[in-house]
Design a protein around this ligand. Structure first.
Ligand code: GLY
Length: 425
């Protein structure tokens, strides 16, 4: 099979590694890829958001399957374009990508189909929002409707803070078009977990569980990031809980998508809050988590390419997969300045020494190649993933690998897989 992988981050490097491990993979192309992916795939100079260019490349290269990493090209209709060209695509059409690209669409769909989620109100007029929210019971969560690169959610401790957050979006235009409408939700208390499953719209194949560490600083301090590390399995997600989430959340969602005429073929990522009255959906993503993918794929016991192709072509019920019982830990290495404007252009040394395949691997993300040297080019630069007999061993190996790397200003958390949220392992 000839596969075109879309994207350039650590998630896509992990996907490239898993796809390359499949005996069914004859050729792997990546658009645009990164220097790490380039060791596994032929990289094409096409941006991950250039839907026309990607559709043209898939057709001219005669790709048998396109695997889409990030959400943006899906929201822009890449899967729809590929469907017109009859090229199988792992990733939903734009109508399905709205689950992630419009929080209001997702909330209203869940409401219509009685899928457990928090109560929320929609506002597009700041005056009306102020009148409704004055004196409202806090805490509240204000969410910009559209895609905001993880920055569109504000947790507000008072009604005044919520009104200010609504004003930021509706009056000051902080999120541009993505913040033209907002959702104001009740704050849900509990423990947060995420669960991901492949689907062809009818069947579900649950992936190993994983949990990421969102804050920049040790002991979960400082601003939120895209994720500073991850561990798999996720602590606190028992088989009974997973089955409950399948029955009460994923199966009704598939039913809802079918009823609304949306053929969803790809991955469903549910961000959940485990509340006293059961799991409730905080958000849906229509792509693999990053950096969760970097720990869950190394534990996926099966041929990932076969599973992705089966999901893309409607035959997922035929695929069986197991799980590697060994835990995996990934520690993200970031550039100075992240999650603000990162320092870039610094040479990275020790990339090869840090790896000890197959159990200690480096997945590159914000890197670029110049004059034969790998340089930093983004906030989250790479992740060191290790598997081990226990979480402690996986953790030790990941940090040992990381210790062989260096670049000016490199930053990483020292407590990945060791915070209260992951101590239960
Ligand atoms: N790590 C969180 C996400 O991928 O959305």
């Amino acid at each position: 099979m000839k596969v075109l992988l879309v994207g350039s981050g650590g998630r896509e490097h992990a996907l490239a590694w898993a796809i390359r491990n499949s005996p069914r993979c004859d050729a792997l192309l990546a658009a645009p890829g990164n220097p790490g992916i380039a060791a596994l795939a032929r990289c094409l100079d096409v941006s991950a958001e250039d839907v026309d260019g990607l559709a043209r490349a898939a057709a001219s290269e005669k790709a048998d399957l396109v695997v889409v990493g990030p959400e943006a090209p899906l929201a822009k209709g890449l899967a729809d374009r590929l469907a017109e060209a009859r090229i199988p695509c792992f990733g939903p059409p734009a109508a399905g990508a709205r689950l992630e690209a419009s929080k209001i669409f997702a909330k209203e769909l869940m409401r219509r189909h009685q899928i457990p989620t928090g109560r929320a109100q929609v506002f597009e007029d700041a005056v009306a929002a102020r009148a409704t929210l004055a004196g409202a019971t806090a805490p509240l969560v204000v969410k910009a409707d559209g895609l905001c690169a993880g920055k569109g959610v504000t947790v507000c401790q008072t009604a005044e803070e919520a009104i200010a957050a609504v004003d930021e979006a509706l009056v000051e235009g902080r999120f541009g078009e993505a913040g033209r409408r907002v959702l104001v939700e009740d704050f849900l208390a509990g423990e947060e977990v995420s669960i991901q499953a492949l689907t062809d719209g009818n069947s579900l194949l649950f992936l190993p569980t994983a949990r990421d560490h969102k804050r920049i600083g040790d002991r979960d301090t400082g601003p939120n990031t895209g994720g500073m590390g991850a561990v798999s399995p996720a602590p606190g997600v028992s088989e009974a809980l997973r089955a409950e989430v399948e029955r009460d959340i994923f199966v009704p969602l598939l039913h809802a998508l079918r009823e609304e005429g949306i053929p969803f073929r790809g991955v469903l990522y549910a961000g959940l809050m485990l509340t006293r009255s059961g799991p409730k959906v905080l958000e849906w993503n229509v792509r693999f988590g990053d950096p969760e993918t970097q720990v869950l794929l190394p534990r996926f016991g099966g041929d990932l390419l076969v599973a992705l192709h089966a999901a893309a072509t409607g035959h997922l019920e035929r695929v069986k997969a197991s799980e590697d019982p060994r835990p995996a830990v990934a520690v993200v290495v970031a550039a100075a300045g992240y999650p603000g404007k990162p320092r870039t252009g610094d040479p990275i040394s020790g990339l090869e020494r840090a790896e000890s395949p197959p159990d200690v691997l480096v997945f590159q993300a914000g890197t670029a190649l110049r004059d034969g040297r790998v340089l930093t080019s983004g906030g989250r630069v790479l992740a060191v993933m290790a598997r081990g007999a226990s979480v402690g061993e996986a953790r030790r190996r990941a940090y040992e690998g990381l210790g062989k790397l260096s670049f000016t200003g490199m930053y990483f958390r020292k407590d990945i897989a060791q915070t209260p949220a992951t101590r239960g392992l």
